[in-house]
Write a protein that binds this ligand. Structure first.
Ligand code: GLA
Length: 382
């Protein structure tokens, strides 16, 4: 019964936000998409930034390098637009020192233990780039590619950018030639950015694409005061290298129960082995919904600005990461020095290391199948 009531209150919350961003006073249609040069790689390739603008005061800037969401500007409760994601002003910083700021992640989001997995009797070895493990697709993942631009234009829904890449057989150790499109749509009449992935392969492979924006709804400072809701009754606990043990653990009575809105900082310093392994929050929550069903993954409310972010997806899990590797060594847009816990990530995904855990939902993609994955960032005020 309590579960049902919790669900009902989440739906009511979601409805409130949607109403709050109805964008009734449309001045439009002014929705636009504009390309501009963003820089040149050391080997002479041009990188372009696409600015997508809607009729409700939301703007997103997206690079063809790494499919990076370089900025998202949305109004606060007073109607003042501000940038709510971390990132850089310069391409060079993204290339050398990025921690995946805003990037597309592939072929496999999060960690694969010792960079190794078996598929159809063969063992595959991936690059090791995170302690003993492989993280976010390896050393040259999708975050470091210049994607081709299929389309940049206005659709009936709003401005849209479609990026494409072909990852050759054996790329970063993964089998199969993988063809991927990533389509970003900024809704014209709603403050919502939608990202849709589609992929096919010519050999059996594993795939787990996601997006890695670092959010700070206040536009500055530590995120401990931001209030988080995750509709998940369990998570996948990890070992000291952040690889899932294979168990699903109930969140009841732990600092990981975010079924009721809770400030991120409220329990982050508790004496808990998982919090210690992760130096804060950095785990995969198992969302309470049938696999493949589209639904709310997480909701964040910043009481100071009033901004609300809802992340929706059809993925089975969400990695909530509380910016524990930010350490003051990076200076981002507008000179903001990114300190410990200055942002949070919410990455809809399949569970980390799924290829090594037959009890987790499968991440195998076969020839003839079409991989699809939708991630939506919906903004409002409260
Ligand atoms: C994910 C991981 C974190 C960290 C970030 C990138 O969120 O779970 O441990 O590696 O990516 O820095």
């Amino acid at each position: 019964m309590r579960k049902i009531l919790d669900r009902v209150s989440l739906v009511i919350l979601a409805f409130t936000v949607i109403v709050a961003t109805g964008c009734a006073s449309l001045s439009g249609p002014n929705a636009t998409i504009r390309p501009a040069p963003f820089g040149t790689t050391p080997d002479g390739r041009q990188v372009t930034v696409y600015t997508l603008q809607n009729d409700c005061g939301m703007q997103a800037r997206i690079l063809d390098y790494g499919g990076i969401i370089q900025s998202i500007r949305v109004p606060d409760k007073l109607g003042h637009a501000g940038d709510v994601v971390l990132g850089y002003d310069d391409l060079g910083d993204y290339m050398t020192n990025s921690l995946y700021f805003g990037a597309l992640i592939g072929r496999y989001g999060n960690r694969i233990a010792k960079g190794r997995f078996e598929l159809d009797g063969a063992t595959y070895q991936l690059p090791i780039n995170d302690g003993p493990n492989s993280l976010h697709g390896g050393t040259n993942g999708f975050d470091k590619l210049i994607w081709s631009v299929d389309r940049a234009g206005i659709t009936p829904q709003g401005p849209e950018l479609q990026l494409r890449c072909v990852s050759p057989d054996g790329d970063n150790g993964y089998p199969g030639r993988l063809a991927v499109t990533a389509t970003y749509t900024l809704l014209a009449h709603k403050n919502e950015l939608r990202l849709h992935f589609r992929a096919t392969t010519d050999k059996d492979t594993v795939i787990n694409l996601t997006a890695h924006s670092y959010f700070n709804l206040a536009g500055r400072g530590e995120i401990h005061g931001e209030v988080l809701t995750i509709p998940a009754g369990s998570l996948t606990p990890v070992d000291d290298t952040l690889i899932p043990t294979g168990d699903l653990e109930a969140v009841d009575g732990t600092p990981f129960d975010f079924r009721k809105p809770t400030a991120i900082g409220a329990r982050i310093r508790e004496d808990d082995q998982q919090l210690k392994y992760c130096h804060g929050y950095d785990l995969n929550w198992v969302i309470d919904k049938p696999p493949g069903q589209y639904g709310l993954m997480a909701r964040v409310h910043d009481p100071t600005s009033g901004r609300v972010l809802e992340v929706w997806s059809d993925q089975p899990g969400v990695q909530f990461y509380s910016g524990n590797f930010l350490n003051g060594s990076m200076t981002g847009k507008g000179g903001w020095v990114y300190q410990f816990r200055d942002a949070l990530s919410l990455e809809p995904q399949h569970y980390p290391d799924s290829p090594n855990h037959p009890n987790f939902p499968s991440t195998v993609l076969k020839p003839g199948q079409v991989y699809q994955n939708t991630i939506v960032y919906h903004f409002g005020v409260q």
